[in-house]
Design a protein around this ligand. Structure first.
Ligand code: T3D
Length: 264
């Protein structure tokens, strides 16, 4: 066992980023936020990591900001610390999760609350154990929403549902999350690790550059008109069209074989 608040391993193309404060339901204290932010930057730059799994140890995925640490700051008069942690920690974490050129899979072993939920919404795929759920806890502590949830949540569930979930926080259980579009898949807890490993392996063996381009294209298109989206698509098609994976895959298709992607 180790006391590192975030554990990162890279194995067979899969980087697993595991929040590791099970005794605190993986609440985000400063050390955890720094380790997560810096760890994600490293994983994003590591060519050996072709798919990223974000998950938690113990019974929770992540319950967001560590309120025990937070209240000490507030009572010590450090209200400015609230803004600085958003700028120094939450926003960089959101940016790197959203922009890295490789697929991101959020594996919700348990509840995701506040910024924990926001991080899951930034992933491409959300696998939930049937013991997991979401709680948009921000209003419960009289805060606005952060870590990109004002952007991701309405895109996932529509603006009206987003406001409902933000105004009246409750734990949305896995089955409802699936209905709402907040889960890609719900898996019995006993099968969770195997299913996450299988899906991560599938993504890690895929056309990494194309996946990265697709997540950029879909994120970019959300804020622009069709004309601009077409231009960006053209640029990305050019980039992926020059890749070794593209040529190898076309060759394999014509030879009626399965392609082997290298991520380059
Ligand atoms: O400046 C800034 O930091 C701004 C940034 C903010 C980003 C945010 O994430 S704000 C949102 C912060 N998170 C929350 O408000 C979530 C609070 N937690 C809950 O609503 C519930 O705990 C859950 C719905 C997540 C889970 O409920 P349940 O019934 O499974 O567990 P519980 O009994 O409420 O909690 C178990 C323990 O975890 C308990 O401690 P205890 O009594 O055993 O000593 C509880 O206090 C602790 N805990 C839960 N969430 C947090 C936490 N401790 C510190 N920070 C937490 N976020």
């Amino acid at each position: 066992m180790t006391s590192d608040p975030v554990l990162i391993t890279v194995d067979a193309g899969v980087a697993t980023v595991r929040l590791n404060r099970p005794e605190a339901m993986n609440a985000l204290d400063t050390a955890t936020k720094v380790a997560l932010r810096d760890g994600l930057v490293e994983v994003a730059a590591d060519p050996a990591a072709r798919a990223v799994v974000l998950t938690g140890s113990g019974r929770a995925f992540c319950v967001g900001q560590d309120l025990k640490e937070h209240v000490q700051g507030l009572k010590g008069g450090d209200v400015a610390g609230l803004k600085s942690t958003v700028d120094e920690h939450y926003n960089p974490i959101a940016r790197i999760l959203h922009t890295m050129d490789k697929p991101v899979l959020a594996a919700l072993n348990g509840v995701a609350a506040g910024a924990g939920a926001s991080m899951a919404f930034l992933a491409d795929i959300r696998i939930l154990s049937d013991a997991a759920g979401y709680n948009l806890a921000f209003a419960g502590i009289a805060l606005s929403c952060d870590t990109g949830s004002s952007w991701t949540l309405p895109r996932l569930v529509g603006p009206a549902k987003a406001i409902e979930l933000l105004f009246r926080p409750r734990t949305v259980k896995a089955a409802e999350a699936l209905e709402l579009g907040l889960a890609t898949e719900v898996v019995p807890a006993a099968d969770f690790d195997d299913r996450v490993a299988a899906l991560a392996a599938e993504l890690a063996a895929g056309p990494t550059l194309a996946y990265g381009a697709m997540r950029r294209a879909v994120g970019h298109s959300a804020g622009v008109g069709l004309a601009e989206a077409l231009e960006f698509e053209s640029e990305l098609m050019g980039r992926t069209g020059e890749s070794a994976d593209h040529l190898a895959a076309v060759d394999a298709f014509l030879a009626k074989q399965q392609p082997t992607f290298t991520g380059s």
